[in-house]
Design a protein around this ligand. Structure first.
Ligand code: P6P
Length: 337
């Protein structure tokens, strides 16, 4: 009978990895896990209660907010507020960061950037959606946290993770000591360790990109897509195209099977579409920790100095050999331009 390790037990066991921590990060991760279970309950029954569909508001991205978007945002912020370890939240659903002022949080030193429900346009068609979170630490607990303390490079994340609400619900996270995946067991209401020490295949045969934007892509990306489609048995081409339109689902599949996810600049998104602070940085941290690579085509995502909360970036993320290949096409195209 295999030993069942819950998320809570695992976090406590791994606390020894952080001699300086006195349990605050552990409690913060557990708070996020609790909120994920609450959101999961609503995502799983979205079709049965009046929680589908738009709630009539739009977020800073100008995107219509689905009721579940707002619900998920409220649940994660509430859990972080009551947990006492978080001093500020930067959420995709709010223009400005949310300062957490409470007696219990007065010495809180953790900063959380979160996309409460990514891929929400897929909710109404029953396709997997996800939560993505990124955790930083303040250098001080003195005074009110300021924007500069939030806008840290991805290399300074102390933890990052995602929840995928799919055929099963999983929470995958890293604290910089590898990547571990937990599957929610509804019979006991616990996330249980199911994917210890996740390692991404160095190469793969799956590429994920919205080819509907093909004519808007930079030439190097067009050249790479054609490379993926050319028959060459020695390199197992043509590759397989898989695109869910929900970043967490595409990244999770590639993490397990190998592959590359690409969201380049396009004419409609000249800076890229995906957000640095609460989509690209946390997923880049996880993929690098699992042995993969994540860049904007030229530099590591984790090395980008953020200038604003909702900043976007192009992203090429996944199996190292595949990411390096598209970077080669981008370089060659630039050199011949
Ligand atoms: P497109 C969902 O809206 C999202 O932010 C990511 O989850 C997903 O990868 C991407 O946008 C899909 O964008 O332009 O292909 O629909």
């Amino acid at each position: 009978m295999r030993k069942v390790t819950t998320l809570g037990q695992f976090i406590i066991e791994k606390q020894a990895d952080f001699p300086y921590a006195k349990g605050e990060l552990s409690r913060l991760l557990r708070d996020i896990g609790i909120a994920a279970k609450i959101v999961n309950r609503e995502v799983n029954k979205a079709g049965l209660v009046d929680i589908l569909g738009d709630n009539g508001t739009v977020n800073i991205q100008g995107e219509g907010q689905k009721k579940l978007d707002v619900y998920a945002d409220e649940q994660f912020i509430s859990a972080l507020r009551s947990g006492g370890e978080c001093c500020v939240v930067a959420s995709e659903e709010h223009d400005d960061c949310i300062l957490i002022h409470s007696e219990i949080s007065k010495n809180a030193k953790y900063i959380v950037c979160i996309d409460p429900l990514d891929g929400s346009s897929n909710i109404d068609v029953n396709v997997s959606v996800g939560t993505i979170f990124s955790i930083y630490r303040r250098a001080t607990t003195e005074g009110t946290v300021c924007l500069d303390e939030i806008l840290q490079k991805g290399i300074y994340q102390v933890a990052a993770g995602y929840v995928i609400y799919g055929s099963s619900t999983m929470l995958v996270y890293t604290t910089g000591k590898g990547v571990n995946g937990f599957t929610l067991d509804p019979s006991i209401g616990e996330f249980c360790l199911s994917h210890p020490d996740m390692q991404m295949p160095r190469d793969g045969v799956i590429y994920s990109i919205n080819e509907g934007n093909y004519i808007k892509f930079p030439q190097g990306v067009k050249d790479y897509i054609k490379y993926c489609q050319v028959e060459d048995k020695a390199t197992q081409r043509p590759f397989t195209s898989r695109y869910v339109g929900s970043m967490v689902a595409d990244i999770h599949r590639n993490l397990i099977k190998g592959g590359i996810f690409l969201y380049p600049t396009t004419s409609s998104h000249p800076q890229g579409k995906l957000r640095l602070m609460y989509e690209c940085n946390p997923l880049a941290f996880i993929i690098e920790q699992a042995g993969g690579r994540a860049t904007d085509g030229h530099r590591r995502i984790l090395e980008i100095q953020p200038e604003s909360l909702h900043q976007r970036t192009p992203i090429f993320i996944g199996s190292t050999d595949m990411v390096e290949k598209v970077e080669e096409f981008i370089r060659l195209s630039a050199a011949s331009a």
